[in-house]
Design a protein around this ligand. Structure first.
Ligand SMILES: Nc1ncnc2c1ncn2[C@@H]1O[C@H](COP(=O)(O)OP(=O)(O)O)[C@@H](O)[C@H]1O
Ligand SMILES: CC(=O)N[C@@H](CCC(=O)OP(=O)(O)O)C(=O)O
Length: 312
């Protein structure tokens, strides 16, 4: 009898917790209703199938509560695996894959596979997604990326994004899943860095939010010291971090993309740890939020580090 009473009490407590979570989420659901939210999903955060499913479930939930999510995916590691299997060693120059004709073919095949897997996962959680590359309806046009001293081959730099198809799909309740391939002047396929692609799509849609899911908790002053996570920075601070050499490696182009997106009209950009279960829900629907937010201007005067932060 006593055990039964304890179980009932536990159930009531759990229900109260769930109700609290939903109540806390309400203002955010209302605020982001009908907003474009671009999620860049790639890198190491994509490694694990269960993790992929968790991210996809989160995106489905964003959709079901009234937002307009768009996924831009990467797959760099998977491309490298298949390039090796084709007998070549992957080559990168300043973070960009040197892409000859053969590598472009491999990249296009691998990205198509990744794209369709994500589309199927969305279907599994009851949301209709449509897989696209930038070639569809000439959505993403590019020019060949020029780098002093190195020919990158079929690497594209986005020149324009035509959102007509995206808007039509979203209007009809589909979630677009975009792979980072663009169409060149000569109508050939070009390989685009997925962060650049997400940034260009978010800018073209004037998105409310652009979220980069990566393999680290956010931007750190010192990545070795977890207490130095920067929960929020404005454009000025972001530029200072770049100039002062605080950020390096893959975080450098990512932060540059964040700055570009904000300057291009995106309201908020976030860098989140895609390895964390329910990372998107934690960022979107909790007061505290997670990761690093990059804003046009500071919301209010507060210390740089993560205490006392405000979410969304
Ligand atoms: N100050 C910094 N804060 C956070 N990460 C940093 C910083 N400086 C360098 N990095 C590196 O940037 C990496 C993220 O970039 P990248 O590997 O290109 O991500 P993705 O593959 O998800 O696109 C982190 O794993 C980290 O090693
Ligand atoms: C030109 C260029 O480098 N393109 C990238 C496209 C995929 C990508 O960016 O994937 P992640 O986000 O998973 O790294 C590549 O070929 O790896």
């Amino acid at each position: 009898m006593e055990q039964m009473e304890n179980e009932i009490e536990e159930l009531i407590e759990q229900s109260k917790q769930k109700a609290k979570v939903l109540t806390e989420a309400l203002p955010y659901i209302r605020r982001f209703n009908n907003s474009y939210v671009v999620v860049k999903y790639g890198g190491s955060a994509m490694k694990d199938k269960n993790l992929q499913k968790s991210v996809i479930r989160d995106v489905a939930l964003l959709k079901l509560v009234g937002m307009k999510p768009i996924i831009v995916h990467g797959g760099g590691k998977e491309i490298s695996k298949w390039v090796r299997m084709s007998g070549k060693e992957p080559e990168f120059y300043h973070g960009l894959r040197v892409t000859d004709k053969e590598t472009m073919e491999v990249a296009e095949m691998v990205l198509f596979k990744v794209n369709q897997e994500l589309v199927a996962m969305m279907a599994e959680v009851g949301v209709k997604a449509v897989g696209l590359s930038g070639k569809d309806a000439e959505m993403i046009r590019v020019k060949k990326k020029e780098m002093p001293g190195k020919d990158l081959g079929y690497v594209g730099e986005v020149t324009s994004v035509d959102t007509t198809l995206l808007e039509a799909l979203i209007e009809d309740d589909f979630v677009p899943v975009i792979s980072p391939i663009g169409l060149g002047d000569n109508y050939e396929a070009y390989n685009i860095n997925a962060d650049d692609t997400a940034c260009a799509v978010a800018e073209a849609l004037n998105a409310e939010k652009l979220v980069f899911l990566t393999d680290i908790e956010g931007v750190f002053v010192d990545p070795e010291d977890k207490s130095t996570l920067i929960s929020e920075m404005d454009l000025k601070q972001a530029k200072e971090f770049i100039d002062n050499g605080v950020v390096g490696g893959g975080m450098l182009p990512k932060l540059k993309n964040c700055i570009e997106a904000i300057e291009g009209g995106v309201s908020r950009v976030h860098i989140l740890d895609g390895r964390l279960t329910n990372c998107l829900l934690l960022e979107f629907f909790t007061e505290k939020g997670i990761g690093t937010a990059i804003l046009k201007e500071p919301l209010f005067d507060k210390p740089l580090f993560s205490e006392d932060e405000e979410g969304c």
